[in-house]
Design a protein around this ligand. Structure first.
Ligand SMILES: Cc1ncc(COP(=O)(O)O)c(C=O)c1O
Length: 443
């Protein structure tokens, strides 16, 4: 392993077939294309994955939050099958088709904000972010984007420049986008100012005001981009006043607010968009991951005047809003809307079990989240908060061995995130949590 490689979670492949395929992957796929587990999948359904050696797993990763309605959701599969019987690629720029327009209509209608919106469809979360930034720069005529510590916005140039951690996302890939300004986030468990909420009086918000007076000119700032719950950064849930404070500063300075809902959106928190928990209305929302029900699909939804500020031909792409992805997206949105109540209920169950574990196991330093976007942060010592990185990886490896697919997060590599599907049964959720709790006991 090179000096700058991310430490790998060491797990032996679960059987000879996975081991053989892992060897092939090592030979043919660049090592940079990291695999968290060496489990090669044969089949999947609902919240269950079966590997090529016939082992079964409960899935709490769901392709990193891309399957909120479960693996191979029957209604999504039906919509896909019906669509491929008609046409499967045309390119919206050449011969447009109805599913694109219907999905744009649906997303523009359900997104927060009592004003007209429009939606451009693309292929990935990073692409949605790139488009949001393009639009913000074009609309305002200003270059700078304010981003936050611990952010993750993707791996393309602007998206990686907006991302917080240099390792592994940015290292050696420079030059980065030059007009990016980073400011502290509201990571209350590890406050950048060493303060405690609520006595802090939201210093992180006031700091941005100072920044706009001293280090940046509002005349040069197009937008602020924030994940309502920072995902890869460690499921960091800011206090309400944080997002509300950002909205206020944006309003006062003619700056757009971009809420990156790529991971927190699509019902994951029990509301369609996580910003709804904060009563904050963004100007642009990049959305992806679960939007396509497992197919590549992403969107940038925004205020109509903002989206329409871009010149003809300025947005788009060959595959953006592919018809099969669009019908899968339309069905997924409909299903997620029906699952919001269930998500809230399961979220409470998940939170109460993790809080119970917090009482029993010193290694759990913090439990946080909303709905089914919940995580634990592991520490060697609750006082010093020294990140328990090695132990985190041991727990993940033990879970993988015992039949639970679960993944980490966090800039300090010490967070474990829980991303079960929104329609998982209570029984399976509890079973997965039992495996997790037993894994903690082995540490
Ligand atoms: C908040 C957020 N934005 C953007 C992205 C990038 O999405 P993609 O991997 O589809 O490019 C991610 C992916 O994890 C994300 O969590």
């Amino acid at each position: 392993m090179g000096k700058n490689d991310v430490p790998k979670i060491v797990v032996t492949p679960p059987g000879p077939k996975s081991a053989k395929l892992m060897k092939l992957a090592e030979k043919w796929v660049p090592k940079a294309v990291y695999t968290i587990t060496p489990i090669f999948v044969a089949e999947s359904e609902g919240a269950i994955v079966k590997d090529v050696d016939e082992n079964e797993y409960i899935d709490f990763a769901m392709g990193i939050a891309c399957l909120n309605v479960g693996h191979r959701n029957p209604e999504v599969m039906k919509a896909i099958k019906e669509q491929v019987e008609k046409y499967h690629h045309l390119c919206f720029h050449v011969t447009p088709y109805e599913p694109y327009v219907r999905l744009a209509e649906k997303l523009s209608t359900i997104a927060p904000g009592n004003f007209e919106k429009k939606t451009v469809l693309v292929n990935s979360g990073a692409e949605a972010v790139e488009n949001a930034v393009k639009v913000a720069r074009r609309y305002t005529g200003k270059p700078t984007i304010i981003t936050f510590e611990y952010a993750f916005h993707g791996r393309t140039r602007v998206a990686m420049s907006l991302t917080g951690s240099v390792q592994p996302y940015k290292y050696g890939f420079g030059p980065q986008d030059p007009a990016i300004h980073r400011t502290p986030s509201a990571y209350c468990y590890r406050c950048s100012f060493g303060l405690e909420y609520p006595a802090c009086n939201m210093r992180c918000v006031e700091y941005i005001r100072d920044t706009l007076n001293i280090h940046l000119s509002p005349d040069e700032v197009a937008a602020m981009i924030i994940e309502p719950i920072q995902g890869e950064g460690g499921f960091i849930v800011p206090p309400k006043e944080f997002l509300q404070g950002l909205r206020k500063i944006c309003n006062e300075n003619n700056i757009l607010l971009i809420a990156d809902e790529v991971q927190s959106g699509m019902g994951r928190t029990g509301k369609m968009f996580a910003v709804e928990h904060y009563n904050v209305v963004p100007d642009i929302i990049p959305l992806a991951k679960s939007l396509g029900g497992g197919l590549p699909l992403a969107a940038a939804i925004g205020r109509r005047d903002v989206m329409d500020s871009v010149h003809l031909g300025g947005l788009g792409g060959t595959f953006g809003g592919n018809p099969v992805s669009c019908v899968a997206g339309l069905k997924t949105v409909e299903l997620v809307q029906q699952l919001l109540g269930n998500t809230e209920k399961l979220g409470k169950l998940l939170m109460s079990r993790l809080k119970e574990m917090y009482k029993k196991y010193e290694i759990i330093g913090d439990v946080r989240g909303i709905g089914l976007m919940t995580a634990v942060e592991l520490v060697k010592d609750r006082k010093t908060k020294e990140p328990a990185k090695k132990e985190r990886n041991q727990i993940l490896a033990e879970c993988h061995k015992k039949g639970l697919i679960i993944i980490g997060a966090g800039a300090y590599k010490n967070v474990i995130r829980f991303l079960p599907p929104l329609n998982i049964s209570e029984n399976l959720l509890n079973k997965g949590l039992d495996i997790f709790e037993n894994a903690i006991k082995t540490i």
